[in-house]
Ligand binder design. Structure first.
Ligand SMILES: [Zn+2]
Length: 499
């Protein structure tokens, strides 16, 4: 076992070291066409069907800037409290990779469109202001598919295929300043920052922000310094972490790993690392290139971008209410405490609860189902709440059936299971499985009589006035009816017969 394989338990690592995190987030913009050509951007299309001479980098082709992509980037910059450049240029970032047909990427280097902003993130009851260093616009690369190996990585593959559909899709990179002072909360703060950013981007309508489809991708920088040290430690950059949960796990793991390296008197190497979803660990990738390796220079085929001030102000005036303000408003409407609201947000359930309430459920019920039963299912299957195959409208319907007494909690859970298993809508499941609560007296009478006959001692007690003993008979009736009997009605029937 090498030093880099050993870990220091998290509480010990945090006791001795202060983590600093930084996040670089890539967002594919939801424009209809690509950044510098008219190709469409539909996800999942036939490979290489959305390409043209410009995005394939053929000689003689010339790029033209997509106005909508500039507008979307300004929207993002304004929502992140950035300064919008009055004049800026694109730059060529030179490197060779098979998914880069031009052998360079058009990006922005020393003249980004948006600079110097911030995003406030609520972390365990306090506000962490995450500084935004820059928001810049570039083009996405194509995708390589490595075929024939066990891992899907290039090592061990028999051959590779390249799909250029993604090449040239507008990509915004949002770079934070180093985030200090979060201590033990650093992994959670990283996750909540990406969550807040995702919600903000979604509210702006600039991207579908689907981490699982790669339209939101995150690189997480982590470094450790001994507590009280005046200098930050060397950082590592964990690439392409593909879910919110993984953002938190990646930081957590790097803190435990780097603490072990430092404890052993070693040096953390500045490098790119890969996160592995299955083990929650990171492994060494390549050593990090320096900016000079890319030989940046201003892109000679494009004119500078100089967004008119009145246009910028128009965009500012059209920004929607920020998610943080929406939350404050919903908190009041739903009458929930700050802690309860945090629980909803941390579970990734805010939008789901909102839609469920909009579909007719009470806020308390919507919260109960999403944070209780459905959170458990998501956790058990290792998926995010929003990815569960049940809609907010279906949850609202189950909640309505439960409120009306048609379903008790146990039956409601059965219905949820069946909906998740793809058996249909809640009403279809109730119908097909005969799951509704039985409160019809004639249907219950036989079971009540049987329970009374089978439990003479209990029956005697109830006749003596000890009505609390009725619970035993109610339990027997519910068992006999497969849990479908309406408990309150059963109790009434028992007491009618015996008292
Ligand atoms: Zn094209």
């Amino acid at each position: 076992m090498t030093v880099s394989d050993t870990l220091v338990p998290y509480p010990e690592a945090i006791e001795r070291y202060e983590p600093v995190i930084g996040l670089e987030t890539h967002v594919e913009l939801g424009t209809r066409t690509k950044m510098f050509c008219g190709c469409t951007t539909t996800f999942g299309a036939e490979p290489n069907s959305q390409t043209c001479p410009v995005c394939l980098g053929l000689p003689g082709s010339l790029p033209v800037v997509n106005r909508m992509a500039i507008e979307y980037t300004i929207r993002i910059g304004l929502a992140l409290n950035c300064t919008i450049a009055e004049w800026c240029r694109f730059a060529r970032k030179n490197y060779f990779y098979p998914d880069m047909p031009k052998n360079f990427q058009i990006s922005q280097y020393d003249e980004p469109l948006c600079t110097d902003g911030y995003l406030d993130v609520e972390v365990n009851g306090r506000t962490v202001r995450v500084g935004i260093e820059r928001v810049h616009l570039e083009e996405d690369t194509g995708k390589s598919l490595h075929v024939g190996g066990a891992t899907g990585r290039i090592h061990g593959a028999e051959y590779s295929l390249v799909d250029y559909n993604r090449a040239g899709i507008p990509l915004v990179e949002i770079v934070t300043r180093p985030v200090t002072g979060t201590g033990a909360d650093a992994p959670v703060a990283a996750r909540l920052y990406v969550t807040e950013l995702r919600d903000l981007l979604r509210s702006l309508g600039v991207s579908d922000v689907r981490m699982e489809e790669g339209s939101l991708r995150c690189d997480v920088n982590t470094s450790l310094a001994p507590r009280g040290a005046s200098q930050w430690g060397t950082r590592t950059e964990t690439k392409n972490v593909n879910s919110l949960r993984s953002v938190e796990r990646a930081v957590h793991f790097e803190i435990e790993r780097q603490a072990a390296v430092l404890d052993a008197g070693g040096r953390v190497i500045q490098e790119t690392r890969h996160f592995h979803e299955d083990t929650g660990t990171t492994t060494s990738g390549r050593s990090k290139e320096e900016a000079q390796d890319y030989r940046y220079f201003p892109e000679p085929d494009l004119v500078p971008v100089a967004p008119p001030r009145d246009w910028v102000e128009q965009i500012r005036a059209s920004l929607p209410e920020a998610p943080a303000r929406v939350r404050a408003r919903l908190r009041a409407e739903w009458n929930v405490s700050a802690v309860e609201m945090d629980a909803i947000v941390n579970a990734g359930a805010l939008e789901l609860v909102r839609q469920t309430v909009a579909a007719g459920a009470s806020p308390a019920d919507a919260r109960k189902w999403w944070l209780g039963e459905l959170s458990r299912r998501a956790h058990d299957t290792g998926t995010e709440l929003a990815a569960l195959p049940i809609t907010s409208a279906q949850v609202a319907r189950i909640s309505e059936l439960a409120a009306a007494g048609t379903l008790n909690d146990r039956l409601a859970r059965d219905v949820i299971d069946a909906v998740l298993a793809g058996e249909g809508t809640p009403d279809e499941v109730v119908e097909a499985r005969g799951l509704a609560v039985v409160s019809d007296d004639s249907a219950l009478a036989a079971a009540v009589d049987e329970a009374i006959a089978a439990n003479p001692e209990v029956t005697a007690k109830i006749r003596d006035g000890k009505v609390a003993a009725a619970g035993v008979l109610v339990g027997a009736v519910r068992k006999a009816t497969g849990g479908k009997a309406d408990a309150a009605r059963v109790r009434e029937l028992i007491l009618q017969r015996l008292t």
